[in-house]
Design a protein around this ligand. Structure first.
Ligand code: SF4
Length: 75
């Protein structure tokens, strides 16, 4: 489970975030290209989901992240 105390600083505020366990596999931007971006060290949430499709994609990205670096309990 991702740790909201260990968020990547570039995440936008909101429920979804990436933490520093990210290994830059790139799956999240394949699954939810509207909401995740590649950073220098870690991927991050660039935009919170704004509709059902984006929400579904973000949840899928969370479930598929190989190191559980995506959380959904942020502020
Ligand atoms: S799926 Fe997880 S490990 Fe892969 S880039 Fe996204 S946050 Fe990082």
């Amino acid at each position: 489970m991702a740790d909201k105390e260990d968020k990547v600083p570039k995440n936008v505020n909101g429920p979804f975030y990436v933490d520093t366990n990210c290994i830059q596999c790139g799956n999240c931007i394949e699954v939810a290209p509207e909401n995740f971006k590649e950073g220098d060290e870690f991927y991050y949430v660039s935009k919170q989901p704004k509709n059902d499709e984006e929400f579904k994609n973000c949840k899928q990205a969370l479930e598929e992240c190989p190191v559980d670096a995506i959380g959904h309990d942020g502020e």
